[in-house]
Design a binder for this molecule. Structure first.
Ligand code: BES
Ligand code: ZN
Ligand code: ZN
Length: 500
């Protein structure tokens, strides 16, 4: 899809040429100055008059009427040089690519050097371009009967840069591309309806990843879960005709199986709420309750592509949460694999139950660090809205690394408090060690606190993506629906991971 080249000249033939445009007081230089000359000075005139905007992410199109090799120029506003951030750059590129796609151009070229500043290197720009190109082009195919009209797609992007290290540009674009692709896979898993993505289907997807990237895989069946005593996970599956799957992928990037990062993702393929049933409005959309699993599998795809020198075990407990004569009920007391007993007060607080056994199992596979990702609570949406993922932790240093990765990925997270008094509330059952629903107050914290009980002494970060795993609106880097949030954050976290 990408060709890296350094031989751009104004006669180079392209359907679309994408150029970054900063808000600079001192006219044009380089190619822009030359192009302006060929266009009789109109370019500078358009910028000065404000007809061509230099505002961040503004796209202005200009037909060249054969005066340049490129048929059309797309100017991408970038604002003031000093103020450009990596995130704005990525979104600006996404918007440019969306525009190219909406016009069904099959080919485009980018002058990468026009997107750089003192703080944003050409390699950053390459990464942003690679990532934005796949993210912005994402579409969930869906299930409409096809029309005969073929979908014309952007197929070739020529990336021009004059820096000497052309291989580094190529690598940066490829890294961005891998991040985008893994995110898109997470989006597709999230968007797929529950009848077409059962636990078995999710397991098949994981095994395919293992085959492609040489991961070790293990799928625990119901009988295995029974043998291991995963009573919390099994309770959630009890009312279902679909067998549960505990999905495990192992990636070994170091000589020894030490310093293992455990990524644990909630894989509820549909959440009815069980006997604590959801309302008719609240139940719609619950096919996305496996967004945590999607993020973990998306991250594993990126890790498989980029092969960082780290050890990772991914653990995904997957089932739907259904009602039937055999379903678990409020008041039931169940025993988790860890031995901790749990009083079920609400069958709709099922995510923390399946995660409990998955956390314990990740530790069995040697995880020394744990990150769980889950569409866990409506409470996190009340607390933080739909742009920010909620976090909890028992380890400042580990959280710091997740936070850094989330900045770089452009996926904001915000930490909620977890005090001893909060922990006391999940331990407040009169008849069991824990209860799964201590009430509405601070319930995003309660959900995470419950999962944290199963980290025990292991450094752990919890990410509640109930608000961020889907979006109602189209955005610069993709359409409404599944966002694939945290796939990139988790992958970057693993790529950059340092033990203390
Ligand atoms: N899957 C839901 C959380 C959710 C809500 C995800 C909205 C996405 C959008 C979770 O299993 C759930 O139902 N949580 C309950 C917990 C409560 C019963 C303690 C909730 O948030 O209401
Ligand atoms: Zn639920
Ligand atoms: Zn749920």
């Amino acid at each position: 899809m990408f060709t890296i080249a350094n031989n751009f000249n104004l006669n180079s033939k392209h359907e679309v040429l994408i150029i970054g445009l900063f808000n600079k007081t001192a006219g044009f230089d380089g190619y822009l100055e030359e192009a302006d000359g060929l266009l009789d000075g109109y370019l500078l005139e358009l910028v000065k008059s404000g007809d061509m905007s230099v505002k961040p992410k503004a796209i202005s199109k200009l037909h060249t009427f054969g005066k340049l090799g490129a048929k059309r120029l797309y100017f991408v506003g970038l604002g003031k040089e000093k103020e450009l951030t990596f995130e704005v750059l990525r979104e600006a590129m996404g918007r440019a690519i969306k525009t190219v796609n909406s016009e069904k151009a099959a080919e485009a070229a980018v002058l990468l050097d026009t997107f750089t500043t003192e703080n944003v290197s050409v390699l950053d720009a390459g990464h942003a371009l690679g990532e934005a190109t796949v993210l912005a082009a994402y579409k969930f195919e869906g299930y409409k009967q096809k029309t005969n009209e073929p979908d014309k797609k952007l197929e070739n992007v020529t990336v021009y840069s004059q820096i000497e290290e052309q291989d580094d540009v190529k690598a940066a674009v490829a890294v961005g591309y891998a991040h985008g692709k893994g995110t898109n896979s997470a989006r597709t898993l999230t968007n797929t309806p529950g009848n077409l993505l059962t636990a078995a289907d999710l397991a098949d997807h994981a095994v395919k990843l293992a085959d492609t990237y040489g991961f070790e895989s293990e799928i625990l069946e119901k009988a295995d879960l029974e043998k291991l005593g995963m009573g919390a996970f099994l309770a959630v599956n009890q009312g279902s005709v679909e067998p549960p799957k505990m999905i495990v992928l192992k990636y070994q990037g170091r000589e020894e199986w030490t310093d293992v990062i455990g990524l644990v993702g909630k894989g509820i393929t549909f959440d009815t709420g069980g006997y604590s049933i959801k309302t008719k409005d609240g139940i719609v959309g619950m096919k996305t309750d496996m967004g945590g699993a999607a993020a973990v599998l998306g991250a594993m795809e990126i890790i498989g592509e980029l092969k960082p020198e780290q050890n990772v075990v991914a653990v995904i407990p997957s089932t739907d949460n259904m009602i039937s004569g055999s379903a678990f009920k409020p008041d039931d007391v169940i025993t988790s694999m860890s031995g901790k007993t749990i009083e079920v007060l609400n069958t709709d607080a099922e995510g923390r139950l399946v995660l409990a056994d998955a956390m314990t199992y990740a530790k069995h596979h040697g995880a020394n660090y744990l990150v769980d990702v889950a569409t866990l609570t409506g409470g996190v949406i009340v607390a933080l809205g739909t742009e920010t993922t909620g976090a909890l932790t028992n380890d400042e240093a580990l959280f710091e690394q997740i936070l850094e990765a989330s900045y770089e990925a452009g996926e904001p997270i915000w930490r909620l408090p977890l005090f001893e008094k909060d922990k006391e509330r999940v331990r407040s059952s009169k008849i069991a060690d824990l209860n799964n629903s201590p009430g509405r107050e601070g319930h995003a914290i309660m959900g995470g606190a419950f999962v944290g009980e199963f980290a025990e002494g292991t450094p752990w970060v919890h990410l509640d993506i109930a608000g961020t795993s889907t979006t109602k609106k189209d955005h610069d880097l993709g359409p409404s629906g599944g966002t694939g949030v945290m796939a990139r954050t988790l992958a970057l976290f693993v790529e950059r991971f340092e033990t203390e």
